[in-house]
Design a protein around this ligand. Structure first.
Ligand code: F6P
Length: 357
């Protein structure tokens, strides 16, 4: 059996743990030949790959990043280096020429959408759900999310003490694109006073009112966790840059500064912002993410061994399962107003910056 492996899209803590788990499982359980493509789909398009043996994946469990490299621009259906030409037939031919029996693709929604397209062209693909954003449908968790939440919660904890000393309003902006999972979990974990999410466009008067209420009640500081995709009701997304040749060209950033400006006009307290950025994606994965990555990788290897494909491995109610790629492609999973974390936060007095959820 010969199996290809690649990591696609933005990097994420736990990628190496998955590479290790897939490769070791396939080597130990069925003596497969495992080939790693470099820089995501770019390696598959350009024919850049290397054999992954046991030694090459040893000692990488705790390492951040990906030993294979990744690309968030490479898409065989729109290859940026050839005027966005569709080179998917070349990719299919390479897969067959290399004698591959399956391709394990570790990535987020963009990568799963491309994978679904290649599966439709006859490739045998098994996906592994990666993203700090936790926004893939069909799985309770993606790996990398727990690490990002840990980093963001630590940052909020640190802002807490300095906010208290200086009687300031401190705003922390998390990543997460169009889903608020990181801000929600980190906000609840740190006891943030206000949590602002893309799913619930905020009313600035409600946010300012929550800060004033704290001040008047003697708590002369406020901690706000805001997701990069959050926006005021009737307002626009804060866009940091546009990357033309990327499958998802919009890069968000600056929602905290938009909010700070509006609050400064309404409050007497000083308002400061911290934009956490890629710190949430770098470094060693948490133990939870190492365990989840090992389960995902091992389970993906099982699916490959059983000759099944067109699936993404998933976590459902604490168990490993799979979901068709067709059900994942082109969709994202958002925070729901009646979700348990939102309800728990509301019951301890956290504001989501809206009158009614
Ligand atoms: O999808 C993961 C993510 O980190 C998002 O949270 C963020 O919006 C985006 O990627 C940033 O992308 P880039 O690394 O291209 O700036």
């Amino acid at each position: 059996m010969r199996v290809g492996l690649l990591t696609g899209g933005g990097d994420c803590p736990g990628l190496n743990a998955v590479i290790r788990a897939v490769t070791k499982s396939l080597l130990l359980r069925c003596g497969a030949d495992v080939v790693g493509f470099e820089d995501g789909f770019l390696g598959l398009i350009e024919g850049r790959y290397r054999t992954l043996d046991y030694k090459s994946v040893s000692g990488i469990l705790t390492d951040g990043g990906t030993i294979l490299g990744t690309s968030n621009k490479a898409n065989p259906f729109r290859y940026f280096a050839q005027d966005n030409a569709d080179v998917s037939d070349d990719v299919v031919a390479r897969y067959h020429d290399m004698g591959l029996d399956a391709l394990v693709v570790i990535g987020g929604d963009g990568t799963m959408t491309i994978s679904h397209g290649l599966q439709e062209k006859g490739l045998a693909i098994v996906g592994v759900p990666k993203t700090i954003d936790n926004d893939l449908v069909g799985t309770d968790r993606t790996f990398g999310f727990d690490t990002a939440v840990t980093v963001a919660a630590n940052a909020l904890d640190r802002l807490h003490s300095t906010a208290q000393s200086h009687h300031r309003v401190m705003i922390l902006e998390t990543m997460g694109r169009y889903a608020g999972w990181i801000a929600l979990h980190a906000g609840v974990a740190s006891g943030s006073d206000i949590i602002l999410l893309p799913e619930f466009p905020y009313e600035i008067d409600v946010v300012a009112g929550a800060c004033l209420k704290r001040e008047r009640g003697g708590q002369r500081f406020t901690i706000i966790a805001i997701a990069e995709g959050a926006k005021p009701k009737g307002g626009e997304l804060a866009i940091q840059r546009i990357i033309e040749d990327s499958p998802d060209p919009i890069r968000l950033g600056g929602a905290a500064n938009v909010l700070a400006k509006m609050l400064e006009e309404r409050l007497e307290s000083e308002v400061r912002t911290t934009i956490l950025g890629h710190v949430q994606r770098g470094g060693t994965p948490t133990p939870f993410d190492r365990i989840l990555s090992t389960h995902f990788g091992s389970h993906a290897a099982y699916v490959v061994e059983e000759g099944r494909s067109g699936l993404m491995v998933a976590l459902s109610d604490g168990k490993m399962t799979e979901i068709p790629l067709a059900d994942v492609a082109g969709k994202i999973r958002n925070v729901q107003p009646d979700g348990p974390h939102v309800r728990a936060a509301l019951s301890v007095g956290t504001s989501f910056g809206v009158r009614v959820l």
